[in-house]
Design a protein around this ligand. Sequence first.
Ligand code: ADP
Ligand code: MG
Length: 558
Amino acid sequence: MSQQQMQGQPMIILGEDAQRMKDKSAQEHNISAARAVAESVRSTLGPKGMDKMLVTSLGDIVVTNDGVTILEEMDIDNPTAEMIVEVARTQEDEAGDGTTTAVSIAGELLKNAEELLEQDIHPTAIIKGFNLAATQARAELDEIAVDIESDDHDVLRQIAETSMTGKGAEQHKEHLAELVVDAAQAVTVEADDGSTIVDLAFLKVETQTGRSAGDSELLNGAVIDKDATHEDMPTDFEDANTLLVDSALELDEAEADTQVSVTDPNQIQDFLDQEEKQLRELVDQIADLGADVVFCQKGIDDMVQHYLAKEGILAVRRVKRSDIEFLREVLGADIVSDLSTATEDYLGSGSVTRDEDEGLFYVEGTGDTVHGVTLLLRGSTEHVVDEIERGVQDALDVVGSAAGTGQALPGGGAPEVELARRLNDYADSVSGREQLAIEAFADSLEVVPRVLAENAGLDSIDTLVDLRSAHDGGEERAGLNVFSGDIEDTFEAGIVETASAKKQALSSASEAANLVLKIDDIISAGDLSTEGEEDAGGPGGGMGGMGGGMGGGMGGMM
Ligand code: ADP
Ligand code: MG
């Protein structure tokens, strides 16, 4: 907004209430915006959750059940609602799974906080109580968690399956879960201190459309979705010396662009000869190194392609940076930027196999120090394979962290109900208004089993009553199995989650709620609802759009 416009609207400074909100009305306003977003993803929670279809402003369609994807695609332009999207992002980055859980808990925390505010409890007391509760809950989770061995294939598979349930690969869930665990175990290394690390840097996930998800496979090494640059090049090698280059195999830009003025036709020929000589030199350098195969991140000049083919060398160009870096691990090679300084030490070794039907190269390392596996996911269409990939990525993250931390949890709301029970006990030991906030926090966690039941078409109140009484009776692992509709030991039933994702969900939910609660004053430039429209409500309607500022991209939401 320009200086001039600011001067033209003195009502901002005078506190015209359309432009500025303070204290209670600011809090109410923010809470309802944040809750609206949180509630929009709740219906996707759990295996029986629904999917959402999102239509972007360009008309692209995404069908998904994944919390963070929904929120990312929703094109939310309200600042408080953005904070909730941030919860999902943090959860996705830190834990890889549990985004809907985190967002649902954040929404419920705010709903309960609103009631406390109505009872004139100061936001500072609520925030303090929420912090105490979150810290306590995380500590209790360590006690509730079940210790598992990092190579316990069965439990890890159940964790993968639980995380993938309801994510569009139902029919092939078991196969995919096996692949996820095999993949994670293939890249599991033992650290110097004896701890287990699942190093996902050595694992690449590739997608391919056209076949069934059941044909997905785990491959040793890398898959490169490119063709040979020249049709006369050999494409299959059992044991090749491989060279990775991240610069163009062309003349330097500067040289190629140089303007030459010639006075004599011979000079043109000289110039062309000179160019060819330089290109020929590049090829000689590659051949002298003893390379059989070149993977190049940039372009390769036609002349270079031609000479390489003559030398019987396979060259692949415009390979993605991430693939070049992965090939470095797979082949035990170093990446070359300047051929003139490269030595044999830079080469890697491996087999290269061409799959002409699929247009892929399979590359497998043959040295001792090589690692790396590729999870090749297949699906009939792009929508299917994309949703499968999101599910598999979540599963890889949770399997990795379960193997790393050695902790798992029963699912189906069991930890939430158990934590609520323990937090209510803990609240008794805290005096003052913080006690009420801790109880509100406990209450908020029960949103998880409640919504799981709701989404499965079960009575949520009955379910919660049954769950509470099971936990009061000492059944720590009692959760809801939405497939049988029964309250049972969900760990035994194979519904297994990770403690790390749950801990992260508690932290990110309470941090977001606290952020929203801390705001007691909104000063807006006044054009939030009218952006891109013709004077929607005059100056008085300046903030009307904040409560539901998520129009745009959500046109097709179901
Ligand atoms: P999030 O984005 O939070 O991971 P999901 O849609 O993946 O959301 O749902 C996760 C929740 O679903 C967890 O609470 C998990 O325990 C629960 N869940 C998974 N499988 C079952 C099941 N068979 N019965 C009941 N709850 C389940
Ligand atoms: Mg999940």
